[in-house]
Design a protein around this ligand. Structure first.
Ligand code: NAD
Length: 254
């Protein structure tokens, strides 16, 4: 990744999947720019950005109309063209990531869809201007979109929609030599994940079901993401790549 420059959206702290991705990218020589959801997170993200080499942090709350376009224009003016973008953003009211799915409120349904799915569509729309020489864009999804995982509820629907949008966006952007893929990551204990009811049970069952007898790590996701963002995956687009220690391939395990 030497000489390649990219944007990381969704770094909150050292436990974030985006942190693992940034670390792997940095180890391979990439230059990084970060977004921060709010001013409140900006200092912490700046500290992490400094640890990775002192890169710029741009404000971008994807739930605010115009925020993505504004952030991307700022990046275009101050940094120039990008080679890759990582979208590692999702949100649902934590009270609705437990209990019955049918109790999901319309407000949270729409908000979860807007932040976790629609934001990726907007990212891809404005990315075109920032990737005039082509590029690679990756988002993060989860197996709960394919099969029922207790308590994942509305987030499962947002991830299904996100995965379908990956295919449509890959088709839209192919003519500009921009590739769009997703990583379906196994469960990792992060801030967002701890909002899902009984998450420690999900981790435990996953570990049991895995042919590798372990949970996935931040590094596993980070290294796979480097592959998708680099020329090594030049022939892949519209793909949902599972990085979950084989859990999604297992039906029954004795
Ligand atoms: P995290 O809490 O570290 O990251 C979530 C990020 O989303 C945070 O940086 C937060 O600021 C950002 N975000 C939320 N609302 C936003 C908004 N309105 N505007 C801008 N940013 C916003 O948790 P994580 O687990 O690293 O999550 C990253 C991605 O990985 C998410 O899409 C998540 O669904 C996905 N994922 C997580 C797991 C897991 O088990 N942790 C598994 C598969 C997929």
């Amino acid at each position: 990744m030497n000489g390649k420059k990219g944007l990381i959206m969704g770094l909150a702290n050292k436990f974030s999947i985006a942190y693992g991705i940034s670390e792997s990218l940095k180890n391979q020589g990439a230059d990084l720019i970060f977004t921060s959801q709010t001013d409140r997170f900006k200092d912490k993200i700046s500290d992490i950005a400094n640890e990775f080499g002192g890169y710029e942090v741009v404000l971008c709350d994807v739930s605010v109309d115009g925020s993505i376009e504004l952030a991307f224009n700022k990046i275009l003016n101050e940094v120039g063209q990008l080679d890759f973008i990582v979208h590692s953003i999702a949100f649902s009211d934590k009270n609705e990531l437990t209990g019955k799915y049918y109790d999901t409120s319309k407000t949270n349904f729409l908000n979860a869809m807007a932040v976790s799915c629609y934001s990726f569509t907007e990212v891809c729309r404005y990315a075109k201007k920032l990737m005039q020489n082509g590029g690679s864009i990756v988002t993060l999804t989860y197996y709960g979109s394919e099969k029922v995982v207790p308590n994942y509820n509305v987030m499962a629907l947002a991830k299904s929609a996100l995965e379908t949008s990956v295919k449509y966006l890959a088709n839209d952007l192919g003519e500009f030599e921009i590739r769009v893929n997703a990583i379906s990551a196994g469960p990792i204990k992060t801030l967002a994940a701890s909002g899902v009811g009984e998450f420690s049970k999900i981790l435990e069952i996953d570990r049991y079901r895995s042919p590798l007898n372990r949970n996935v790590t931040q590094k596993d996701i980070g290294d796979a993401c480097v592959f998708l963002l680099s020329g090594l995956s030049a022939g892949m687009t519209g793909e949902i790549m599972h990085v979950d220690c084989g859990c999604s391939t297992i039906g029954v395990k004795f």
